[in-house]
Design a protein around this ligand. Structure first.
Ligand code: ZN
Length: 453
């Protein structure tokens, strides 16, 4: 399957997928020329300019990327469609970069069924010498992008945002822009920069028929809730499917390296966590973080026991009931990556530049005499999302009766990944199951649940 066909299939879920926090559909002044009065009124609320003039204040804008034909007044990167352009004025105190860092420009859009590309140029990008100072291609499986303009000089720049029509389902995609100063973590005291994985609330629970042909799974028949691979490998029959999402709110990246032996006689399956230190990217420590397995049905590698899910019954007061869950499942991961920026950190300090991207996680990134390494991870400030339609995103619920339940998910339940805080890895939501045992079975997400036990 090529990536485009994956996009198209994923696109059928555009209305069901989780929307990012609150994208403000708004224009940047230059892209509403032929639009309605309503759009023009919206335009008036929007600024096509972002200003960064002190180290603590972010500036925000928003726009709508479209498939409008390209404009000769824009750089070559806007040769397929017209880019949405924003002035970026940087006017920071002198010597601000005595403390290492830069100005980060980030964009976000509602979900990964569309791809937006981000470019930043000196000046307008149209005069001789107006070089491109940063770019971020959406590629796939992302709903945000960022560039860090390290030690950037004061002056006038232009941000261009382009819809990638070949990789997008929609022809109009609203997005937000933010620009702010981001400093590197302090060097002293010299210390390992640890990640902190934090669970985010499940945003979708249901019994819809999934589709995700990227790894070769045939589409299940209409009304079917499980993939053939889930039935064959785990005996699944009735799949309650749900999203799982978690952020890295730590100081450092959570980086995993799958060490794939080059010698066929070597049967080791080691996953190594690499932790970088505050003084240099060349200063790091590798620690064992568990094992991977090769999943032949998908032709890729899994990190075992990445997350654990459980469905608990509740008592008359809505409290978790019983000594054991009604059903449990263990999730493996196949591509840990920077997918979107954590809602609570949008425009805040502590968001690193997007580093770990799909599909980089699926191809060898480094090698030594004995191993090839697949490298994947999660940058501080970023979120990884596993949508309900991906293989493995389910709990088996055959025979589970109608009722109110608590759905619990715990990331890294075996603590394979060293983190600064292991107490924020678990979260719950309340779910109502009805008409169970019939083809009209239904699951409703009622809201956040109690603290995990
Ligand atoms: Zn797999």
């Amino acid at each position: 399957m090529n990536l485009r066909s994956m996009r198209q299939v994923c696109g059928t879920f555009a209305l069901l997928g989780s929307a990012a926090a609150s994208i403000t559909a708004c224009g940047s002044g230059s892209d509403f020329g032929t639009d309605s009065a309503a759009s023009l009124a919206q335009e008036a609320l929007c600024s096509g300019r972002v200003v960064v003039k002190n180290q603590d204040k972010a500036d925000f804008a928003s726009g709508v990327a479209t498939t409008a034909p390209p404009s000769p007044a824009q750089p070559d990167v806007c040769a397929t469609v017209k880019c949405v352009a924003f002035d970026l004025d940087i006017d920071l105190p002198r010597q601000i970069w005595r403390k290492p860092g830069g100005v980060q420009v980030a964009i976000r859009w509602p979900d990964d069924t569309n791809i937006l590309n981000l470019f930043v140029y000196e000046g307008t990008g149209q005069q001789q010498g107006d070089i491109q100072v940063g770019s971020q291609l959406g590629v796939l499986a992302a709903s945000a992008g960022s560039v860090l303009l390290r030690s950037v000089a004061n002056g006038h720049y232009t941000i261009y945002v382009a819809l990638d029509p070949a990789g997008s389902v929609d022809t109009r995609v609203p997005f937000d822009v933010v620009a702010r100063v981001q400093f590197d973590p302090d060097v002293r005291p010299i210390r390992p920069l640890r990640p902190d994985l934090a669970i985010r609330t499940q945003s979708h629970v249901g019994f819809e028929t999934p589709s995700f042909p990227f790894f070769g799974d045939p589409d299940p028949a209409p009304g079917e809730t499980c993939y053939d691979s889930e039935k064959a490998e785990d005996g699944a029959r009735t799949c309650l499917r749900f999203d799982q999402s978690f952020a890295n709110i730590g100081e450092g990246a959570a980086e995993l390296r799958f060490a794939i032996p080059r010698d066929p006689a070597d049967t080791s399956h080691n996953v190594i966590e690499r932790t970088y230190f505050s003084d240099s990217a060349a200063h790091y420590q590798d620690t064992p973080a568990g094992e991977f397995e090769f999943h032949s049905a998908h032709g890729h590698f899994h990190y075992e026991n990445f997350a654990k899910s459980a469905l608990w019954a509740t008592d008359a007061k809505g409290r978790q009931a019983g000594m054991a869950p009604v059903t449990t499942g263990r999730k493996v991961s196949f591509c840990f990556e920077d997918e979107s920026i954590d809602d609570g950190l949008w425009g805040m300090r502590g968001v690193g530049p997007r580093t770990y991207r799909a599909p980089d996680c699926l191809v060898v990134q480094a090698s030594d005499a004995n191993f090839d390494y697949l490298i994947q991870g999660l940058t501080p400030g970023w979120v990884d999302l596993y949508q309900w339609y991906l293989p493995g995103q389910y709990l088996e619920v055959t025979g589970v009766p109608d009722g109110l339940y608590i759905l619990q998910t715990q990331i890294d339940p075996d603590n394979g990944i060293i983190e600064t805080n292991e107490r924020n890895n678990c979260g719950t939501v309340r779910v109502r199951l009805s008409r169970m045992g019939t083809p009209q079975r239904k699951a409703e997400l009622l809201g956040p649940g109690p603290a995990c036990k």
